[in-house]
Each structure stands twice: as structure tokens, then as C-alpha cells.
Write a protein that binds this ligand. Structure first.
Ligand code: 3HC
Ligand code: NAI
Length: 711
């Protein structure tokens, strides 16, 4: 496994467990054995612990969580390093995260390369640091800084780590890493410096009132913003112990809190999200395909989406040509891009120089011939099939052979669009979400003729843009918008049956969403959906129940935030709406017209319907192959639709609740509304087999990767 290099008086222990040197049992055992050997070696005067493959360590092996614990534990490894009788130096290159940083904290000295990142991201997995991080970090950098680092889970850049006292020295990026580590260790030996145990540090306790205030402030902030998360409070409890208890007792409290978190459903949900995101980014379709080289990107349409996509591309370092219908529209698109950059500058997130560089990579045109040399063109023009078809015929004429032709359509049929070109294999859907420069999700919609190389290009592009890609098949709304349509209908039915939009929004927020569906509708603008409903009116199934409430608001010009009135009333503070009695009166009137006698819904009843609708349509989407696996549905809902991450996504949530319970709910709701509540055949068959969605994820993964890690 790892090769230890002995250099004169310094024993080098290399962490080697590709790809990220996770501290699995074998590596933990190796560290202990190496330390034991070095302890007995009279020639050894210091130990240098370093990573391999340009990474120190990403921490505990997440795949081991939930399996029976195997000795030595991470706290034991850290304890062994700290209690070592000779100086131990952690040499950090790349990331030192979670248990990796905890091991470094237990070393007596820490040095890092300038590009290194250090952090305790356990909170993102619903955990607290469990290798002494909550006890050693506050002792090293103080309570306040430790609260910030551990509660945020952020990756601290090495320069900041130096300034807050997390590391002792920043190394030179131009020099060899290992030789700088050895030089440092030699300095320690020659200066006669002794071991320096972080656990013995006491200066952090000096300012007791400030420490107490920092803890209280953290508790208040967590109560305000953590929306039901369990581990942040446990992190604070453990950090508080550093002030009140001796180190050993603090370690015991940390372990207790860690185990509580480990056993929580939130940890299961967050870990599922972690692995699902990575699996979704490498679907079977790209395994044997090489992406095409992309340098020049064309964007057609400089409206809401064209602008966001252009920013995303410019941020990703591409040259962008934007094509609009006329000079005025082009100038507006360009001005809107500048406006976003100016806002970022005002917020201190971008500097003026970066704006100039990025804008220099943008050119504009009103003639499609400007797209002749682009490697990829994405259209974001009006959502009308005739407009898109005419455009793709034109793109087929002007674009060079091998250019990828992509549509940002939200709902339209990629196969029909591809069919107007002479190269349907080059046509793909790249469905960005609004605002496209911020939202992580990118649905990569594969038409029946899209070639694998073009699919691989879409996934490589997503990586370059730091987006979360998910492969989707062709249907009305693909994965996300199709499922959204169904659970929004379930909400509308409940609203007409007696629940207020405010009650529904609140229930959904209490579940963990940042906003409820009617708040989202007000934010996005009711006019878009209204136009779609009107265009579908002639073909709507008359047997299907139709809720007119949204139309009634739109008829009054109440489109949401942009008109200061939607489901909510927006006065001075435009973003936070107030409940509106006039809206409630309109809803009552619509109920009366529909002959509905309103009934009450509890929060639990609202959520059961809302989530059952989501899960059921998610199952349909998987069954039809629109999503590869249930985990792809989870990732779409998590990264594009605000589903609370700690619940892992709707399909994971359904597994945790139990599929029989979800199916029983659907069957019960179907008694009132049989046309809408039709159990998905996939859900029914899983329940019959006593299986769950995770079993489908597992079998899909193992079919494509013999070394799959899902457990
Ligand atoms: N354990 C097991 N596998 C891990 C892992 C970990 N800690 N971290 C990453 N991996 C795996 C990924 O699943 C992926 O596997 P795959 O190739 O089979 O899909 C592979 O390593 C590469 O990961 P990424 O695709 O994420 O690679 P990047 O280069 O984009 O990112 C990273 C690297 C920044 C290290 C990122 O993977 C990351 O953030 N990892 C998680 C770090 C973390 O949360 N550490 C804390 C663990 S909990 C802990 O330490 C508890 C302790 O306190 C007791
Ligand atoms: P928009 O109306 O804001 O912008 C469309 C732009 O395209 C306009 O500036 C128009 O001048 C330009 N345009 C129209 N026809 C053109 C042509 N033939 N050549 C060049 N330019 C042309 O629309 P928006 O919201 O940006 O949507 C664009 C596409 O993105 C649609 O397909 C939509 O479904 C999709 N989409 C929209 C999202 C949203 O939240 N707005 C989210 C995801 C996808």
C-alpha cells in the first residue's frame, strides 16, 4: 500500500489510499503501526506525516459509516500521534478535510502548501467531527474561529489557516513538497523543539465572556438558519465542552454527539446526497465516450436564460458569442451581464479586473453566421417549437461539422428539434435553471439519436462550469419540471379543497424547503404558467380536475413579486410577502363555483399528499427511463428544486419512510381522486417484492461498475 521513506532521522509516513486517501481501517492501522515502529527506532527523531497523489486526506472513509466499527478508531489514531514522544509534523498538500485535518490537528506541527484547503466538513454529512476536531481546533484557534470553521464546514485556504493559527508555516509552491517537509522537520530537531500537544493548549480560554458570547451567538444563529438540522447544535455542545471540561471528558462528549448524529436519518440523507451527486455525474452513457474539445461557445437569445448561461460560460473561461434578434436586444443582454458582474463587485465577490477580463471574452452578433466557428451553441430563445425548429435548421446550415447543437428548452421535444437538422447525433438538451449562473443543476437531455460523444461533452461541460449534471430522457418537462407539475397539482387540489396557500407553504417550509410552492410561484411570475395553461386549454382532458385559482389571480394582473401582488402581497419589502385576505376571498369564491365544501388539512396531511405525489411521479420517471435511477431523481430535486438536502431527496425520503406507507397513502387518496392518484407500477412492484429505491440504485451501479461503493 503506502511506501514509507526513511530519511536520516526523520520517518516519513505516507497516507496512501486512492483517490482521496480516506482514512479507512487499513490506513488507520498503517499509521498506528508506523508510529509504533518509529517510536522504537532510536535513529528516528521526528515523524513527518504526508499525503500522496497531491492530497493529504479527505478524512474518514464515508463508506465505512454504518458498518461495524473496526479498530483502531480515528480518535485512537489521533491520540497515538499526539502522544508520540518525538515531534510529529503534518505536511499538507491538497486538501486536509474531516478526519484528515483532525489527524493534522493531533500532530505537533502543521505546514501546508499555498493551494491547500483545510476544513471540517462533517456538518455537510449530518455529523460532527469525531476524531477530536471539536476539542483540538478550539484549543488551537479559539472558540469563535473554530465555531465558524466547523459550523460552516467550509474549506479554509492555507493563507487564512496560517493567519488564524491553524498551521505553522506556508510552504513555497515552487519547491518540492516533501523536501520542504523534511527541511521543516530538521529545523524542529535542530532547534530542540519538543512535542507540542494541542490538547494541552489553554490560552484559548483567556477571554471567558467573549467565548460564552460566541457560543450563544452560534446557538441563536443555528436556531434561526439551520432549518431543523440536528448536527449543528451537537457541534456547539461539543465545542462548549472545551470550556467546561477536561480534554478527556470533552472527547467523551464529542463521541457521544458523534454517535447520535451517525444514527440520525439526517446523516443517512446527507450521505446519500453526497454519493448520489457523484454517481449522477457519471452515467453509463459516458463510460466509453470522449468529450469534444470546447473553446468557443455560441448562445442564441440574450433574455433571462441567455444572460445567465453566458455568465456561467464566461466564468468557466470560455469565449462566448451571443446572438440576438436585433442590436437593441443584444445591447440589453450585454448590459444585463454587466449588471450581474457589477452587483458581484458591489458585494465584494468579484474584482473590477476580473469583470474586464470576462467581458473581453464576450462578443455579440445579430447574424447567425457569427456562429460558424463555435464548438457548442446553446439556444435560449422563446419556448415555442416552431421558433426552435426554425432556429435549429439555421444552426445546421451555419455551424461547423462537429459542433454540438444544444437547446435550453424547459419542456419541448428534443427529438423533434433534432429531426430538422442533418445531424441529430449532435443535438442535445442542456437544461439550465434560473438564475443559470447560480443554480447548480444541469439536466442533460439525451435524444434518441444523440451520440455518446455529445453526451460526454455535456457532462464534461457541467464539470467545467461547476454544475451538477443529471442525465434525463425526453418527455414533457424531463425529470424536474415533469415531477414539479404533479406535486404542484397536488398542492392546488389541497388548496381548492380547503388548505390555504399560506398553510401549504408553511408546511413545506417546516419540512425543510427554503420556500413553499406558492412563494416560488410568486418569485418566478404567474404569467408564464398562465400562458402555458391557456395554450394547453384546447387539448386538456376534460375529465381531469382543473383548479382555476391561479387563473383568477392572473386575470387580475397579479403575477407575483413583479406586480407586487400574487398569492402574497408585497409592500415595501418586496421579497417578503404578506398573507392577503383578498386572495383568500378569491379562493373561497372559486371553491364555491366548483361546488367544493372546504375541509381542514393538518400539516402532516398536507405533507403526505405533497410528497406522495412527488415520489409517485419520481417512480414513473424512473420506470419510463426518463431518469436512469431513483438517485438521479433525488439529485434533480435537491439541486434544482430546493428539496431539503438532509432528507436525501424524495426517493431516499420514501425509502426512509417505507414504500408500503407511501403506497398506502396513494391508494387512500385515490379513493377521492382516482384519475390523479394512480400508483406508479414501479412503486407497486417494489412494495410487492419488499424492495426499495436504493436496491435499484445499487443494481444499476453494480451493473456498470464492479467496484461500486454504494452500500
Ligand atoms: N470517503 C470515501 N470516499 C470519498 C471521500 C471520503 N471521505 N471523499 C471523497 N471520496 C470519493 C468520492 O466518492 C469519489 O468517488 P468516485 O470517484 O467513486 O465517485 C472520489 O473520492 C473523488 O471524489 P470527488 O469526485 O468528490 O473528487 P473532487 O476532486 O471533486 O473532490 C474532495 C475531492 C474535496 C475531497 C471531495 O471528495 C470531498 O469533499 N470529500 C468529502 C470530504 C469530507 O466530507 N470529509 C469528512 C468525512 S467525515 C469524517 O472525516 C468524520 C470524522 O470526523 C470522524
Ligand atoms: P426570454 O423571453 O427572457 O428570452 C428569450 C430571448 O430570445 C429574447 O431576448 C429574444 O429576443 C430572443 N430570441 C427569440 N427568438 C430569437 C431568435 N430566433 N434568434 C435570436 N434571439 C431570439 O426567455 P427565457 O426565460 O430566457 O427562456 C429562454 C428559453 O429557456 C426557453 O426555452 C425557456 O423555456 C427556457 N428556460 C427558461 C427558464 C426560466 O426560468 N426563464 C428556466 C429554464 C429554461
Amino acid at each position: 500500500m503506502s511506501a514509507d521513506i526513511k530519511d536520516e532521522s526523520i520517518t516519513v509516513i505516507t497516507l496512501s489510499n486512492p483517490p482521496v486517501n480516506a482514512l479507512g481501517q487499513t490506513l488507520r492501522r498503517h499509521i498506528i503501526d508506523s508510529l509504533d515502529k518509529a517510536e522504537k527506532d532510536p535513529a528516528c527523531q521526528a515523524v513527518l506525516i504526508c499525503g500522496s497523489n497531491h492530497i493529504f486526506s479527505a478524512g474518514a472513509d464515508i463508506k465505512e459509516f454504518g458498518l461495524p466499527p473496526k479498530a483502531p478508531s480515528l480518535p485512537e489514531v489521533c491520540q497515538r500521534a499526539e502522544s508520540f514522544s518525538k515531534p510529529v509534523v503534518a505536511l499538507i498538500e491538497g486538501v486536509a478535510l474531516g478526519g484528515g485535518l483532525e489527524l493534522a490537528l493531533a500532530a505537533h506541527y502543521r505546514i501546508a502548501m499555498p493551494a491547500s484547503k483545510l476544513g471540517l466538513p462533517e456538518v455537510h454529512l449530518g455529523l460532527i467531527p469525531g476524531g477530536g476536531g471539536t476539542q483540538r481546533m478550539p484549543r488551537l484557534i479559539g472558540i469563535s474561529a473554530a465555531l465558524d470553521v466547523i459550523l460552516s464546514g467550509r474549506h479554509v485556504p492555507a493563507s487564512e489557516a496560517l493567519s488564524i493559527g491553524l498551521i505553522d508555516r506556508l510552504l513555497d509552491s515552487d519547491k518540492d513538497v516533501l523536501s520542504q517537509g523534511i527541511t521543516f522537520a530538521r529545523e524542529i530537531i535542530h532547534s530542540g523543539s519538543k512535542v507540542r500537544k494541542t490538547c494541552d493548549e489553554t490560552k484559548y480560554q483567556a477571554d471567558k465572556p467573549a467565548n460564552k458570547a460566541a457560543l450563544q451567538q452560534a446557538r441563536d444563529s443555528v436556531a434561526r438558519s439551520a432549518r431543523g438540522l440536528f448536527s449543528p447544535e451537537k457541534i456547539i455542545d461539543a465545542i462548549q465542552a472545551t470550556l467546561e471540561k477536561p480534554f478527556a471528558e470533552g472527547m467523551r462528549i464529542e463521541r457521544e454527539c458523534f454517535i447520535q448524529c451517525l444514527n440520525s436519518p439526517q446523516h443517512k440523507g446527507l450521505t446519500h446526497a453526497f454519493f448520489a451527486e457523484r454517481e449522477a455525474a457519471k452515467p453509463p452513457q459516458i463510460h466509453n465516450a470522449q468529450p469534444r474539445d470546447l473553446k468557443q461557445i455560441g448562445i442564441v437569445g440574450g433574455g433571462t436564460m441567455g444572460v445567465g448561461i453566458a455568465i456561467s460560460m464566461l466564468d468557466g473561461g470560455f469565449n462566448v458569442v451571443m446572438v440576438e434578434r436585433d442590436e437593441q436586444a443584444l445591447a440589453r443582454g450585454r448590459a444585463n451581464i454587466e449588471k450581474v458582474y457589477d452587483m458581484l463587485i458591489a458585494k465584494g465577490r468579484l474584482n473590477g479586473g476580473d469583470k474586464i477580463t470576462r467581458m473581453a471574452h464576450l462578443t455579440g452578433a445579430t447574424d447567425y453566421s457569427a456562429l460558424a466557428q463555435v464548438d457548442l451553441v446553446i439556444e435560449a430563445v422563446f419556448e415555442e417549437i416552431a421558433v426552435k425548429k426554425a432556429l435549429f435548421a439555421e444552426l445546421d446550415r451555419v455551424c461547423k461539422p462537429g459542433a454540438v447543437l444544444a437547446s435550453n428548452t424547459s419542456y419541448l421535444n428534443i427529438n423533434q428539434i433534432a429531426a430538422v437538422t442533418s445531424r441529430p447525433g449532435d443535438v442535445i438538451g442542456l437544461h439550465f435553471f434560473s438564475p443559470a449562473n447560480i443554480m447548480k443543476l444541469l439536466e442533460i437531455v439525451i435524444g434518441e439519436k444523440t451520440c455518446d460523444e455529445v453526451v460526454a461533452t455535456g457532462f464534461a461541460l457541467a464539470k467545467r462550469l461547476k454544475k451538477q449534471p443529471v442525465r434525463a430522457g425526453v418527455c414533457d418537462g424531463f425529470i424536474g419540471n415533469r415531477i414539479l407539475g404533479v406535486y404542484r397539482t397536488a398542492a392546488d387540489y389541497m388548496m381548492e379543497d380547503g388548505a390555504s396557500p399560506y398553510q401549504i407553504d408553511q408546511a413545506v417550509r417546516h419540512f425543510g424547503y427554503p420556500m413553499g410552492p406558492y412563494q416560488v410561484s410568486d418569485l418566478a411570475g404567474g404569467d408564464i404558467g398562465w400562458a402555458t395553461r391557456k395554450s394547453h386549454a384546447a387539448t386538456r382532458d376534460p375529465k381531469r380536475r382543473y383548479v382555476r385559482i391561479a387563473d383568477a389571480l392572473c386575470e387580475r394582473g397579479w403575477f407575483g413579486q413583479k406586480t407586487s401582488h400574487g398569492y402574497y402581497l408585497y409592500n415595501q419589502d418586496k421579497r417578503k410577502g404578506e398573507e392577503d385576505p383578498d386572495v383568500l376571498a378569491i379562493i373561497s369564491e372559486e371553491r364555491r363555483k366548483a361546488g367544493i365544501k372546504p375541509r381542514t388539512f393538518s400539516e402532516e396531511q398536507i405533507l403526505r399528499r405533497y410528497l406522495a405525489a412527488m415520489v409517485n411521479e419520481g417512480a414513473n420517471v424512473v420506470q419510463e427511463g426518463i431518469a436512469n435511477r431513483p438517485l438521479d431523481v433525488d439529485v434533480v430535486l435537491l439541486s434544482g428544486y430546493g428539496f431539503p438536502r438532509f432528507r436525501g431527496g424524495p426517493m431516499k425520503y420514501a425509502d426512509l419512510v417505507g414504500l408500503p406507507k407511501i403506497l398506502a397513502d396513494i391508494n387512500e387518496f385515490a379513493k377521492e381522486e382516482p384519475l390523479f392518484w394512480q400508483p406508479s407500477p414501479l412503486l407497486v412492484s417494489l412494495v410487492e417484492k419488499g424492495a426499495d429505491f436504493e436496491s435499484l440504485n445499487r443494481s444499476a451501479s453494480s451493473a456498470h461498475s464492479p467496484t461500486s461503493k454504494r452500500s
